[in-house]
Design a protein around this ligand. Sequence first.
Ligand code: NAD
Ligand code: GDD
Length: 329
Amino acid sequence: MKSALVCGAGGFIGSHLVKELKRQGFWVRGVDLKYPQFAETAADDFIIGDLRDPYVCRAAIDRKFDEVYQLAADMGGAGYIFTGENDADIMHNSALINLNMLEACHKRNIKRVFYSSSACMYPAYNQEDPDNPKTHEDSAYPAAPDSEYGWEKLFSERLYLAFNRNHGMECRVARYHNIFGPEGTWEGGKEKAPAALCRKIAEAEPGSEIEMWGDGKQTRSFLYIDQCIKGTILLTRSDFEGPVNIGSEEMVTINDLARMIMDIAAKPLGIRHIPGPVGVRGRNSHNELIRKRLGWAPDEPLAEGLRRTYPWIAAQVERKRGRNARAAA
Ligand code: NAD
Ligand code: GDD
């Protein structure tokens, strides 16, 4: 039986990845500070531990694994990474996790390690035009990410590739572009735009307004979780080390995104634009490289993923309303 270790298995992408690896017949160990928030883990074994501690990393790798997926990170959406208030934690926590995990894998002679970098590592100067952002893999330098989160990702992807060159490892590096779907963070400050807007629309009274940070003309692309998992596993098992984008090429404005969700919810609402952390003006995935090297690229329309995500978030909102009403009674 093949085996896999998933670091960050209590998080959004990690918990979905564990499910898929189990579906494929793997024995799976998860590690995280916490269990998944919205469903039981599908992992065979789950270690609650802090991967900033090198001894926890070594203990998690007390056996051989065919595949290791390193997704653990201190991360969040624009409201977490662009305010500046979390910069020291983000850099310190995530860098320690990556340094420790890679060292532990190397010591145990584990070769195949997947690392989840981010589109946030691309230079801000190529993402000023909302209609024509540039995120080709070879456009990373001169480096100028717009957040410390992006700088840490850039450092860590270089670290994984250096271990390939100097220690004969076979790490694989992907640059994810804004992943969304059910069982992702939808409130609390770390949620990203798709979840935040689904929540606001679900909470809004008919005929009222939702608040949106910025003028709504900033652009992004959003990738549904199943496509992210497919690309992650394909890359990990391929002969290509990356870095490679895993993202959607369907670029929309944040206003468009909100309107798509309102259509799905059948709830036409106004939009009030307010100041907030906005990040780069435009971002989209470029998928020529993934198509060429993996013979595959994400192709699912955004609306399909939103149709699966909105009802899940609306149900969370309803559940919370029920809890609050019972508490007030
Ligand atoms: P997430 O926050 O849901 O999951 C990350 C998990 O890491 C969390 O469960 C957290 O508890 C865990 N973690 C944090 N610090 C830890 C520590 N010290 N020890 C053990 N576990 C720790 O995030 P996600 O959306 O699932 O993202 C997974 C990975 O993909 C991250 O590396 C993230 O930076 C990257 N990424 C995600 C997106 C996205 O849109 N979701 C985009 C680009 C990159
Ligand atoms: N989160 C959020 N909440 N964003 C909003 C909101 C809101 O209520 N209203 C408008 N926005 C805008 C943000 O200001 C930003 O311009 C845009 O929607 C997208 O925000 P996010 O989805 O939070 O983040 P991001 O796309 O800037 O960055 C995300 O993607 C990266 C990969 O592409 C983050 O999740 C990063 O952690 C990730 O690496």
